[in-house]
Design a binder for this molecule. Structure first.
Ligand SMILES: Nc1ncnc2c1ncn2[C@@H]1O[C@H](COP(=O)(O)OP(=O)(O)OP(=O)(O)O)[C@@H](O)[C@H]1O
Ligand SMILES: [Mg+2]
Length: 386
């Protein structure tokens, strides 16, 4: 089927997409190169591989928990789901307009218009009522990435992202909530997560940090656009890109994220889990995105007996593979007031106590893990002080 890739009201490029698979078959000549997704126009030409990758990254990944239920509605690939309602998202302002239809952005975008909860019921709650009324695909859930079950919900006019923990570990959502508290105490810009429960199942909830004019551009896209020169590390290059784009306090904001990730022993800060925000109309850069997706941390996937080892040998992403190495990239560690975290272990314990399935032993190991990480960081900060 033939579409035009749109950025809000601006036509960007013709696309032929296979509706069965959701794959981009053909990419036309760009109509507007400035508004192409960042990283898909390099060396004076459209990068067709990068555009296809970008399109895929905006779809539900194949490893999403519970994705098989899409078969019930005859969707055989998550990518084809994103074509079911114009490819609209709540994280950016791109969409696909069928060539033969005159559709107005103002009438369809999810920032301003209500949406159906059919896809949410299916993917978040595994609820499907066979043979009932026609399934309504009008939902930003069709394009929301990430492995964990999630859905968007409108509450008092605001858009919130609700996320469940993984079936095997469950702790991810509690970790989002404790990350919120750590960020508040350390004054780190973050997406604020709260804990809720529905039918005995916990989930966390966070407000959309984007708006009808702003969109998220991931670090992946930044690296696709601004190729890594030979003589500079990926870390310094990312900071240099932000500074070149006019982002204020770029280095300090990236450092704050690394400090948080050290404390939480975050093992999944991949290049899609942070980025920059830009104005989708003017293409001006607004700032660094608030910190989000801190769930894969605090030994969530470690067995009780391996937590101790992991505390002192935590794996990291994306700039170094161990946190003890990654933290060395931070120049301003002494600026952080780690004393503000003095009661965080108790707060984490209280939070985790809500999960009846978590044994007392595991809870205390996890809380000890958090307080130990802070102690290790304090010691490191002391040792590097001049
Ligand atoms: N508060 C928010 N506002 C707008 N977009 C958001 C928000 N939180 C997350 N997103 C978007 O949704 C995507 C998925 O969210 P998130 O990374 O939290 O999910 P996840 O399942 O934990 O991901 P992963 O597979 O990386 O563990 C993000 O990559 C981002 O594009
Ligand atoms: Mg993520």
């Amino acid at each position: 089927m033939n579409f035009i890739l749109m950025h809000k009201k601006i036509p960007i490029v013709d696309l032929e997409i296979d509706s069965e698979t959701g794959h981009i078959l053909k990419i036309g000549t760009p109509i507007n190169i400035d508004h192409l997704p960042l990283g898909t126009f390099t060396n004076n030409d459209i990068d067709r591989v990068a555009l296809r990758e970008w399109w895929k990254s905006r779809c539900i990944p194949q490893n999403r928990d519970g994705i098989d239920i899409l078969e019930k509605i005859n969707i055989h690939s998550p990518q084809s789901l994103s074509c079911k309602y114009y490819g609209l998202s709540l994280s950016d302002h791109y969409w696909i307009c069928p060539k033969d239809q005159a559709i107005n952005w103002n009438d369809i975008n999810f920032f301003a218009n209500p949406f159906s909860y059919d896809v949410s019921d299916l993917l978040f709650n595994s609820e499907y009522k066979e043979g009932s009324r026609k399934f309504n695909f009008c939902s930003p859930d069709c394009t929301t990435s990430g492995q964990l079950r999630k859905k968007w919900k409108i509450i008092n006019g605001d858009r919130y992202l609700l996320k469940k923990g993984s079936l095997s570990f469950k702790l991810e959502i509690f970790n989002e909530v404790i990350a919120t508290s750590i960020c508040s105490r350390l004054d780190i810009g973050h997406s604020m997560y709260t804990l809720s429960q529905e039918n005995g199942v916990f989930y966390c909830m966070t407000k959309n940090f984007l708006s009808p004019t702003t969109e998220l551009v991931t670090a992946t896209s930044i690296f696709n656009q601004y190729k890594l020169p030979d003589n500079i590390s990926r870390y310094e290059h990312y900071i240099a890109c932000g500074e070149m784009l006019g982002i204020k306090n770029m280095r300090w904001q990236v450092e704050q994220m690394l400090i948080l990730d050290f404390i939480m022993a975050n093992s999944d800060r991949n290049f899609d889990n942070f980025g920059l925000i830009r104005n989708a109309e003017t293409l001006e850069w607004v700032g660094v995105s608030p910190v989000f997706d801190c769930g894969s941390s605090l030994f969530f996937n470690k067995s009780n007996y391996s937590i101790n080892l992991a505390i002192s040998n935590a794996d990291s992403k994306p700039f170094r593979s161990k946190h003890r190495e990654q933290i060395k990239l931070v120049r301003n560690i002494d600026v952080v007031n780690l004393n503000s975290l003095s009661s965080i272990g108790d707060e984490y314990s209280e939070l985790l106590s809500q999960d009846q399935d978590l044994t007392h032993e595991r809870r205390s190991l996890l809380c000890k893990g958090l307080t130990r990480r802070i102690q290790i960081l304090k010691k490191y900060a002391q040792a590097t002080k001049f």
